[in-house]
Design a protein around this ligand. Structure first.
Ligand code: PLP
Length: 370
């Protein structure tokens, strides 16, 4: 709806701006305030003391602009991943890096297409619309990216292909041979973007990171974030690794100073205390296994997860189930008609979620008897 000032015409934006569906942050209207926030795939842990201290310390310098290039963070990330500084760029969350990619491939007045699997991260169609590029959304097969189908939809208009690995919200992951096979077949003019927001939770040795592959394929970039496993969602830190021919122009075209001083300091401290964070990630992974096992015990068919959440393909029952969880103080993310995504939290969060599931199952049984 264009803004209007009575009968005079108001300012106008591009039509896509008015079509945007707002990003959904909470599951359903909760009567009670949810005490278990399992809707956004966040880390359930408070920052470790070293990170909290770095944040407080950096807070004393906020009268100055941040380091433009985030040079120290780039250097440390380069060391951690074994890549040179010209293969790495930072962004205010991986969302900002993804937005930069969509805008960089868009060409006003030209039909540009971006191929991605669907269902996947809900930001992709939104960013495509705002950048003015056409989304080519290829349905998943059994919750897994249909790489053959995606390859089949590539044309001379295609500039980018996005693969969320592990996929949000289905929690599935592609193995190395599938990715390598894809890269062998993708035309070199198509930039393949691996969104690895959940990669730290992968425990399957068949799943490989794009960080290991970009040396062989200059048209492959990997996007990572500190928002999930590293527990810094509120500070917005993401990074991208790829060939300098891709990374350097994108870095130059990014908004200057978008990564705050505080965010840079927190990410550096998180990296320096990586081992403490790994122990937390391990706890989530073991809880993920436990919750899935319990749900399967209820007779629910829950596929294996490679991330910090489980996907419950409940179809028509999804909204009812999400509302049910809300009554138990558990916020989950519902995709109406498709499924429910539940983040793995600390054991107490997960126990509350499991209690809601058991009660839901019991009512279902009682209804059948009635
Ligand atoms: C959560 C998430 C992100 C992270 O976004 P940030 O902007 O880094 O917080 C990126 N991609 C996917 C698929 C996600 O689920």
């Amino acid at each position: 709806m264009p803004i209007s000032n009575g009968s005079l015409p108001g300012p106008r934006f591009r039509a896509a701006v008015y079509r945007v569906t707002p990003f959904q942050t909470s599951a359903t209207a909760c009567r009670i305030r949810p005490s278990h926030l399992l809707g956004l795939n966040e880390s359930p842990y408070d920052p470790i003391p070293e990170v909290a201290a770095a944040i407080a310390e950096a807070g004393r310098e906020v009268n100055r602009y941040p380091d433009l290039e985030g040079a120290r963070l780039v250097a440390e990330l380069g060391r951690a991943h074994g890549v040179a500084a010209d293969r790495l760029t930072l962004g205010a969350g991986s969302a900002a890096l993804l937005q930069g990619l969509f805008h960089a491939v868009a060409e006003p007045g030209t039909d540009v297409e971006v191929v991605y699997g669907w269902r996947s991260f809900e930001l992709y169609p939104l960013l495509a619309d705002l950048a003015g590029v056409r989304s080519v959304a290829v349905p998943l097969r059994d919750g897994v990216h249909d790489l053959e189908g995606m390859l089949g939809r590539i044309s001379e208009r295609t500039r980018m292909m996005l693969i969320c690995n592990p996929n949000n919200p289905t929690a599935t992951a592609l193995g190395a041979e599938h990715l390598e096979n894809l890269m062998r077949q993708v035309p070199s003019h198509v930039l393949v973007v691996l969104d690895e927001a959940y990669f730290e939770y992968v425990r399957d040795c068949h799943v490989v990171s794009g960080v290991q592959l970009h040396g062989r394929w200059p048209n492959l970039v990997t996007v990572r974030t500190f928002s999930k496993a590293y527990g810094l969602a509120g500070l917005r830190v993401g990074y991208m690794i790829g060939d300098p021919a891709v990374i350097v122009p994108l870095r130059r075209a990014s908004l200057p100073f978008s990564l705050s001083t505080v965010a840079q300091a927190a990410a550096l401290a998180a990296l320096a205390h990586h081992d403490q964070l790994l122990a937390r990630i391990d706890e989530i992974v073991s809880e993920r296994k436990r919750v899935r096992k319990e749900l399967r015990g209820l007779g629910w068919d829950v596929t294996e997860s490679h991330a910090n959440f489980l996907w419950l393909a409940m179809g028509a029952a999804s909204t009812t189930f999400a509302e049910w969880c809300a009554e138990y103080g558990v916020a989950v993310r519902v995709f109406p008609g498709e499924g429910v995504r539940v983040t793995i939290g600390i054991p107490a969060d997960n126990d509350s979620f499991l209690a809601a599931c058991e009660a839901f199952e019991l009512t279902k049984k009682l209804e059948v008897l009635r």
